[in-house]
Design a protein around this ligand. Structure first.
Ligand code: GAL
Length: 460
């Protein structure tokens, strides 16, 4: 038996746009994803999150699934345009009431709510009239929205995540343009990333000064990173792998823990990388109570003198031209339905990289999971591949704990099959199967496996 610490947090995660549906229900305003999904060709089969898993109406049923599993924590996101339909000022009371009901129902089952403030569904009005995350005022608007959330929910929500995956918003939303708002640029991602960090910093400072002394919760950011393994022992490939990690996770982790961008980004990007004033750097440095990490996969990294980002986005390469980087899979690795390698030792190495670079922070794995081509057969989904994936990654976490890394929790992505962004409903990440025609949920074999892990607090 590989046992975990008694206070280890076992959870599952979702996000508002991916599961809620109810996209115009009870006064919700439109988000950039409501708009983006109407653009022909952007989303697999023209799918959208209009109804998604209808969690907005079925949250009680979904909490019952969590209770059956013995889930300790549930990570969800709050939809900014459900609370503030135009992004600022006028508050939609019915939106507040929805999250009040959700939070109260979770607490009634002793499931700890972990709330993410921004999982990509920016109020459309802020994009159309204000240029969204390109606008240096956006951190102020985000802090206003955060204030609203802390003041209404902070008496019961003690775990806050400001922004989910700033890298994705910057690179996929403003670099490759495959996610909302669909912009393509080699420069905008670095400005957007800068504003997201400032937004996090403003919200965290507000929480710490105005709410934390009374509410006694914690606040962090959830950043995503894959592991980059050098493609060879040669110096240039080793440097390329390290550079790739700096451009992926160091981009956000270094400002949060060291108050500045990685040196390799500053030297390569020059004036394309914005600068923090001394006051901004001081606000961001040390602004997280835990290191939130979303991790899914690993790629081999090689030095390349004229790389291209074109069509490369599923590898999560970023702006390849800025990194002299090429990525590929080891053909020996098994892959998930999305084509991502299943490489648990990459997770273990990344946890060590974070531990060393940021001086032993408390880490929470805020997302980990995989897409499988699941079939519902006679009322059952036998997703052994997903169980194998989880088993490998949870074992890697256990190894990291045994090495002394301060890993505090693990959240499976995802509680439910849901709207997988540009890939629509074609990719199933859930531990519960969702029949989108009937909205019926079926626990997969992986949900039962995970329930046993939670019950035993470890791996057999
Ligand atoms: C993450 C994201 C989630 C989910 C997952 C699976 O990057 O935060 O919303 O879609 O990937 O691809």
């Amino acid at each position: 038996m590989r046992t975990f610490p008694t206070d280890f947090t076992w959870g599952a995660a979702t996000s508002a746009y991916q599961i809620e549906g109810g996209s115009t229900a009870d006064g919700k305003g439109p988000s950039i994803w409501d708009a983006f999904t109407t653009i022909p060709g952007k989303i697999h089969n023209a799918h959208s999150g209009r109804s998604a898993c209808d969690h907005f109406h079925r949250y009680r049923e979904d909490i019952a699934l969590m209770r059956t599993m013995g889930l300790k924590a549930y990570r969800f996101s709050i939809s900014w345009p459900r609370l503030l339909p135009r992004g600022r000022r006028a508050v939609n009371r019915a939106g507040i009431a929805f999250y009040d009901r959700l939070i109260d129902a979770l607490l009634a089952e002793e499931i700890t709510p972990w709330a993410t403030l921004y999982h990509w569904d920016l109020p459309l009005a802020l994009q159309m009239a204000q240029d969204g995350w390109l606008n240096p005022e956006m951190p102020t608007y985000f802090a206003e929205y955060a204030d609203l959330c802390f003041s209404h929910f902070g008496d019961r929500v003690k775990h806050w995540i400001t922004i989910n995956e700033a890298w994705v918003v910057a690179i996929l939303g403003h670099g490759h343009g495959i996610f909302a708002p669909g912009r393509t640029s080699h420069d905008e991602p670095y400005r957007v990333g800068h504003h997201l960090l400032l937004a996090h910093g403003a919200a965290a400072q507000l929480y710490r000064s105005k709410y934390q002394p009374r509410q006694r919760g914690v606040i962090g950011m959830a950043n995503n990173c894959d592991w980059r393994e050098p493609a060879s022992e040669e110096g240039p490939d080793r440097a390329a792998a390290e550079r790739a990690l700096a451009f992926f996770l160091g981009w956000f982790g270094d400002p949060l823990y060291h108050g500045r961008y990685p040196e390799v980004m500053r030297s390569r990007l020059g004036d394309r990388l914005p600068r923090f004033t001394a006051a901004q750097a001081a606000q961001i440095k040390g602004s997280t109570d835990f290191f939130g990490l979303n991790h899914y996969t690993t790629m081999l990294a090689a030095h390349c003198d004229n790389p291209s980002s074109e069509g490369n986005y599923l590898t999560n390469i970023g702006i390849a031209e800025d990194q002299d980087l090429e990525l590929h899979l080891d053909p020996e690795w098994p892959v998930t339905a999305i084509g991502w390698g299943i490489v648990p030792w990459g997770c273990h190495k990344l946890l060590h990289w974070i531990d060393a670079r940021y001086d032993h922070p408390e880490i929470v794995l805020t997302e980990n999971g995989c897409a499988v081509d699941d079939d519902l057969v006679a009322g059952r989904v036998d997703d052994q591949r997903r169980i194998d994936y989880f088993n490998g990654y949870v074992a890697a976490c256990h190894q990291a704990l045994a090495d002394g890394i301060a890993l505090k929790g693990y959240f499976a992505w995802s509680l439910l099959d849901n709207f997988e962004w540009a890939l629509g409903y074609s990719m199933r990440f859930g531990i519960h199967y969702v029949d989108y025609a009937t909205q019926e949920r079926t626990p997969k074999a992986s949900a039962k496996w995970y329930a046993a892990v939670i019950r035993q607090n470890g791996l057999p």
